[in-house]
Ligand binder design. Structure first.
Ligand code: CO
Length: 468
């Protein structure tokens, strides 16, 4: 094997946790292993962002910022990584530029080193503000990683991905990540992509993020490694496979035989797995980890739609007592996707395309009824589609000669409103800028969390007085 060095990003704290157990891993469960993880020699540990922030406030009664500071304190030597959805931050709403900038500033201030920034449509205007903020508040450890949502379609060719990578490089990103969220990238596709990208952008580090959902990840990762990928995302073995990432120790073992340098400490990565085994068992026993998510499901390869989207569609059809329309709805998906300019089938686009396909089939006529979301998509609210959209459908939605009006980018430049409003709305519940940010991102959950925090403190105060 030509490749002599491949580094690992460990995902157990974020993506594995999110993929296998709906992001319900509390900090207290893994606090005890952080110092060992710090010795493991990972390229980075993905531990924040994605759904962790929402889950902390909504389900776990944790302050996400405090969690990050605690991880930082216990892992001083390892790069801490987060996943950020560009202008949407951690949700699906577009925030104003000043909110995005403040979020990035606070993320770095509280301990994040690598910000992996993506946009569901690969509309890079949506990741520009986050990139600029990362550069503005960077310290010597900060890395801005430009991330591409991987998908397959007639317009998503190797040369299109190569162009995207060149653009990310020109924008000023330090590394590039290919994010195959559905786990449908094949070994052959990985080979073509990684070679093509490496040829085009030279020594800029390339990272591959994939999932084991369809069973292809190990083959795909090996092909990517043979083609020159620099970093791979893996999860400690008891939190690997199924809808999660490929196993850290397994890939370490395979690469060691090839003489590939990984920088990993074998004893430490084994200790990490030993630590998490009983934790996994606890959540299998409680039912939080569904055995189904740990298996292999090749349906996504057969039907060319992500697993989650398929189960969503089946649930929809069952609700409507229309499972007999399943095959028809399946064939309608590529047609709707084409009309929309081949968006990657990720949330929320996967639901939008799936629901419209079902509606078309049930109505017996295409676009007799068009969802509000699809209308907004054509108005440009989600960004620019990867390929031209259907002219006919655009005219139906926007009127004759109608063109998408991109109010969104202009709108994101409105600044100074959300912060002041959030601070005022919180009143004496607010303790920090981080609190304001939590509230802007998840108002209901954050308020509830702050109220409970306040009540706890008041109880504590009463208790202390009585004791004295
Ligand atoms: Co993922």
């Amino acid at each position: 094997m030509e490749q002599r060095k491949v580094q690992f990003t460990e995902t157990v704290l974020r993506d594995a946790n999110q993929s296998l157990m709906a992001t319900r891993l509390p900090y207290s469960d893994y606090k005890g292993i952080l110092s060992t993880m710090d010795q493991a020699g990972y390229y980075s540990v993905e531990c924040w962002g994605g759904a962790t922030f929402d889950s902390c406030l909504r389900y776990l009664g944790e302050d996400p910022w405090e969690r990050l500071r605690n991880i930082r304190e216990n892992m001083p030597n390892t790069r801490l990584q987060m996943l950020l959805r560009g202008q949407n931050l951690l949700g699906y709403k577009h925030y104003h530029d000043d909110v995005v900038e403040k979020f990035v500033e606070l993320s770095i201030k509280n301990g994040i080193d690598i910000i992996r920034i993506f946009d569901a449509l690969n509309d890079f205007r949506n990741i520009k503000t986050a990139l600029e903020a990362t550069k503005k508040y960077a310290n010597e450890r900060t890395i801005a990683s430009g991330c591409i949502s991987y998908t397959q379609s007639p317009v998503h060719t190797v040369s299109k991905y190569v162009e995207m990578c060149k653009e990310l490089k020109t924008m000023g990103f330090d590394t590039i990540c290919l994010k195959d969220m559905a786990g449908t990238m094949s070994p052959q596709e990985a080979e073509g992509l990684i070679k093509g990208i490496k040829d085009a952008i030279g020594d800029m580090p390339i990272i591959l993020h994939t999932h084991c959902t369809t069973g292809m990840a190990y083959m795909t990762l090996l092909a990517a490694i043979q083609s020159g990928v620099d970093v791979i995302d893996t999860a400690t073995s008891c939190f690997s496979n199924g809808t999660s990432q490929a196993a850290t120790e397994t890939l370490f073992y395979a690469l060691k035989q090839y003489g590939v340098e990984t920088g990993l400490n074998e004893e430490a990565i084994n200790k990490v797995n030993d630590y998490f085994k009983p934790i996994k068992q606890k959540y299998i026993d409680s039912g939080l980890i569904n055995p189904k998510s740990m298996g292999t499901d090749s349906q996504a390869l057969v039907y060319k739609v992500p697993g989650g989207m398929l189960s969503n569609m089946i649930a929809n059809l069952k609700d409507l007592n229309a499972m007999d329309k399943f095959d028809e709805a399946l064939t309608e998906i590529p047609a709707v996707r084409k009309d929309l300019g081949y968006p990657p089938l990720v949330t929320p686009l996967s639901q939008m395309v799936g629901n419209q396909a079902v509606t078309n089939v049930l109505m017996g006529e295409r676009y007799k009824q068009i969802s509000k979301e699809i209308k907004n998509y054509f108005k440009g609210e989600y960004g620019i589609a990867p390929a031209p959209v259907s002219r006919e459908l655009a005219e139906k939605i926007l009127g004759e000669g109608g063109k998408p009006v991109d109010c969104r980018i202009e709108d994101s430049k409105r600044t100074g409103e959300d912060f002041a409003a959030a601070r005022e709305a919180l009143g004496d519940l607010c303790r920090s800028e981080e609190d304001v940010m939590s509230y802007i991102c998840f108002p209901d959950q954050a308020r509830k969390f702050f109220e409970e925090r306040k009540a706890k403190e008041e109880n504590m105060a009463v208790y202390t007085i009585e004791e004295a």
